[in-house]
Design a protein around this ligand. Structure first.
Ligand SMILES: Cc1cc2nc3c(=O)[nH]c(=O)nc-3n(C[C@H](O)[C@H](O)[C@H](O)COP(=O)(O)O)c2cc1C
Length: 179
């Protein structure tokens, strides 16, 4: 049984939902999972006790957050010695003609922080209109219209392919056996 960390960075909460889903999936497969918000880690948090690390984060305004860069930089030494995975969550990842852009942002981030995770992917996120304030809701509705996504702001919309998430976790767990 391996001890696996799933560390996430979220603004509206969708990446947390994916991270928790992964945590359940990892636990069901007989491993120990700990899901941690990188902005609110437990006291005395250290990566040393984990055998493998999954990191997930969302894209806002064309990039991943400073907090995410800080997390990866702080833990770079440990991340280089265990199997790791990175998943990037965005609206673009769920829009056929914008997937390339989502992958480009992921690659630029990894290059900037000088990290080569064992596996990586992009997942479509959501439009959490109900969590947005007035301005954000207005801006996201406009972006959604241009992207051909939902514009009904009375509810949240989710585009994540949960089967793809299952597949990614499976692929990651297979890495543990090879390590
Ligand atoms: C203010 C704002 C800016 C965003 N900027 C982008 C962007 O530049 N590219 C993109 O693909 N998605 C963008 N999104 C969509 C988010 O990546 C998507 O809603 C994701 O599910 C958010 O995940 P989170 O709730 O974990 O933060 C943006 C969303 C908001 C609210």
């Amino acid at each position: 049984m391996a001890s696996i960390l799933i560390a996430y960075d979220t603004t509206e909460g969708h990446t947390r939902k994916i991270a928790q889903y992964m945590g359940d999936s990892v636990s069901r497969s007989g491993h120990e999972a700990q899901v941690v918000d990188i902005r609110r880690p437990p006291t005395d948090f250290s990566l040393d006790s984990f055998d493998a690390v999954l990191v997930g984060a969302s894209i806002h305004l064309g990039k991943h957050s400073r907090q995410l860069s800080g997390f990866v930089s702080r833990h770079k030494a440990r991340l280089a010695t265990v199997p790791t995975a990175f998943f990037s969550v965005s609206l673009s990842a769920g829009v056929e003609k914008q997937k390339g852009e989502a992958s480009r942002i992921l690659e630029e981030f990894l290059q900037k922080v000088d990290w080569s995770p064992t596996i990586k992917t992009i997942f479509a996120g959501g439009l959490l209109y109900r969590e947005y304030g007035f301005l954000k809701r207005w801006m996201m509705k406009k972006i959604a219209r241009d992207a051909g996504k939902d514009t009904d702001t009375s509810k949240n919309h989710e585009y994540t392919d949960w089967q793809a998430v299952d597949g990614f976790v499976k692929e990651f767990l297979a890495q543990l056996d090879q390590h």
